[in-house]
Design a protein around this ligand. Sequence first.
Ligand SMILES: Nc1nc2c(ncn2[C@@H]2O[C@H](COP(=O)(O)OP(=O)(O)OP(=O)(O)O)[C@@H](O)[C@H]2O)c(=O)[nH]1
Ligand SMILES: [Mg+2]
Length: 185
Amino acid sequence: MSLFAWLREIGLRLLSTLGLYNKKGTVVLLGLDNSGKSTLLHRLSQGQVTALQPTERPHIDEFQLGGVSFKAWDLGGHEAVRYLWFDFLSDSHAIVFMVDSADGERLEEAHWELSEMLSDANLDGVPVAVLYNKSDLPDAWPAEKLEGMLDLARLEARRPIKTFVTSVLKGEGYPDAFRWLGTHL
Ligand SMILES: Nc1nc2c(ncn2[C@@H]2O[C@H](COP(=O)(O)OP(=O)(O)OP(=O)(O)O)[C@@H](O)[C@H]2O)c(=O)[nH]1
Ligand SMILES: [Mg+2]
């Protein structure tokens, strides 16, 4: 990269961060059980990956990313507690929907939950970041295949929606997702 391009890049990043300065928002982390929601929030708020139990009770944590102050609700993804998702959606400005991209057998279930949730007209206009997590695993599906499986093109008409290939374990992909959400807050 030339010196000019490098300076331009730094300048643009600085401007964008300054533009977002003082922004804050509440997001809700949703997705099937075992997709990585709690691991993500723990990494974002505590800076490390730890072995965690499946989430039984909703909890909220805070972190800063790209000059934005986020509060994030972490909800259990197990079928028995999914009914709680709706209680927290009204309190949130954006949705992060996590998918275990290496669990092909549960993609249909993930698709159903996402479509069902977004069929609620109250969520029209609410930005959604879809995280294709566990990209570090050898069985992880490629993004194009996941895109089709989740039928995201159909959901795009009623909200800003963007996909991100992530590995919470390796620390990859999710910072871009929150930076993108920050621009929609
Ligand atoms: N290989 C890999 N494993 C991950 C990644 N993210 C999370 N995991 C693992 O996936 C498992 C489930 O993670 P959790 O964060 O507990 O999943 P969850 O979505 O909070 O699950 P529920 O609380 O049951 O809804 C754990 O063993 C994590 O270590 C990742 O990016 N790569
Ligand atoms: Mg959890």
